[in-house]
Design a protein around this ligand. Structure first.
Ligand code: PMT
Length: 405
């Protein structure tokens, strides 16, 4: 499966901190995403994790000395320059107060700090240290200088630290560092654009403990929200109940019912330039909500349902300047149904997916959609990860924006 960092050349700089063990996991995660990762370590980092671990996992010799690699070749000083020239991005994780001070002041007295001086690629710096050290004026000053120099600083998490103190200083989880790397590498073609995304199912209560819903996990909508944020947009995500964590830098509004989703969407529609409705909204809700749990009794009972408002149709009716994108979840007649929804809801694009497959639709990490456009053209996309699909959808939306400019 192709990803956004497939074949990208990433250099992982590891410093001597207790969180160095997490950089092993980060390396594995980057490898899984198809990146080619080389590791440069400080001498102190070797006290926490051995270079052989990184060498075995990355498949490349590890650089930890100006004059010697982990494979004992004596030409590593030249490699620094090659690696710096080739790198698409660099991640320093964990970044200690010492290395931050060296980077900020242009000191080059070991393999990692020398490598950094030869670099032009973007740098993601992940400080991790005791919270008192992190609050130290010199460290704060050095970090501000690096920020001004264009470094992307990933703020440490607050929590219990290895030294027993509690506060900011923990290295973020590898998946969160990966998320910031993707942000760092993404084009910023949605900068200054407001994007409204919906995700997940809605729940229509029958009684205090039961509801009508569907198997939407929210993955598709959250992928779109994350991708839009990576591309510089200001994102509002209106989501039904899911188990997914809030995407970074996204305003998340959690709702339960279709009515609540409609209210939240209409409140934010005016300011949005792009609206993408990936939520699986219940078409019907029970007419009556029982105040108490319905008791088991008769063999058959009847539940009367009432149609919910079609939020997307209403958006199509109200829309002014927005690019409006819907999804169609179908189990049959994909093309006919999608084209009908595209026209009826006045959409610019509809992404139609068959939802009776094991690798596409509800709950899966992958999806297979056909995009239908307002101009009656269509584009069948191969099965791919929802994160990648989100970016392709945004690529197409950017084209629509360019045309309408
Ligand atoms: O969340 P995941 O597990 O990742 O699954 C992803 C998904 C299958 C939910 C997603 O890819 C998808 O297909 N979402 C749309 C599901 C759906 O409700 O399709 P629909 O064909 O019933 O509705 C068409 C469009 O109208 C959708 O954009 C929907 O958000 C919108 N709608 C529907 C009913 C309603 N009352 N209001 C709406 O706005």
């Amino acid at each position: 499966m192709q990803t956004r960092i497939d074949n990208k050349k990433i250099v992982l700089g590891v410093c001597g901190g207790i969180a160095a063990y997490k950089s092993v996991e980060l390396l594995r995660l980057l490898n899984k995403q198809g990146a080619k990762v080389r590791v440069v370590m400080t001498q102190n980092a070797r006290s926490f994790v051995g270079p052989l671990t990184f060498e075995a996992l990355s498949g490349y010799p590890v650089c930890f000395d100006l004059f010697q690699n982990s494979d004992s070749k004596k030409d590593s000083s030249i490699k620094h320059i090659d690696w710096a020239r080739d790198a698409d991005a660099v991640i320093i994780a964990p970044a200690t107060a010492n290395i931050i001070g060296k980077f900020a002041n242009g000191i080059a007295d070991d393999a990692l700090s020398t490598f950094m001086l030869a670099l032009t690629a973007p740098v993601l710096l992940c400080p991790s240290m005791n919270s008192q050290m992190y609050a130290n004026k010199a460290v704060c000053r050095n970090l501000s200088m690096l920020r001004a120099d264009g470094y992307f600083i990933v703020e440490p998490k607050a929590g219990e630290l290895a030294c027993g103190d509690s506060g900011p200083g923990r290295l973020p989880e590898p998946k969160d560092i990966l998320d910031r790397l993707l942000h760092c590498l993404a084009p910023k073609d949605l900068k200054d654009k407001k994007v409204l995304v919906t995700a997940g199912p809605t729940r229509e209560p029958i009684d205090p403990v039961r509801f009508i819903s569907n198997p939407s996990s929210g993955k598709m909508g959250y992928s779109i929200a994350r991708a839009a944020e990576h591309r510089g947009a200001e994102v509002v995500l209106v989501t039904g109940p899911t188990n997914l964590p809030d995407p970074v830098n996204v305003k998340v509004i959690r709702v339960e019912t279709a009515k609540e989703m409609a209210l939240a969407v209409f409140e934010h529609m005016e300011e949005a330039r792009i609206i993408i409705k990936a939520a699986a909204v219940s078409d019907y809700r029970p007419v009556n909500l029982a105040k108490q749990k319905i008791k088991k009794g008769k063999d058959e009972i009847t539940l009367f349902l009432k149609k919910n408002q079609d939020i997307l149709k209403e958006l199509g009716r109200k829309k002014k300047n927005q690019v409006l994108v819907g999804f169609a979840a179908e189990t049959e007649n994909l093309e006919i149904n999608a084209e009908k929804k595209l026209a009826e809801k006045k959409l610019d694009i509809i992404a139609a997916n068959l939802v009776d497959s094991l690798s596409s639709g509800f709950g899966t990490d992958t999806n297979r959609v056909t995009l239908f456009y307002k101009d009656k053209t269509k584009e069948a996309l191969p099965e791919m990860g929802k994160d990648d699909l989100a970016h392709i959808l945004l690529d197409r939306i950017v084209k629509v924006l360019d045309v309408s400019r």
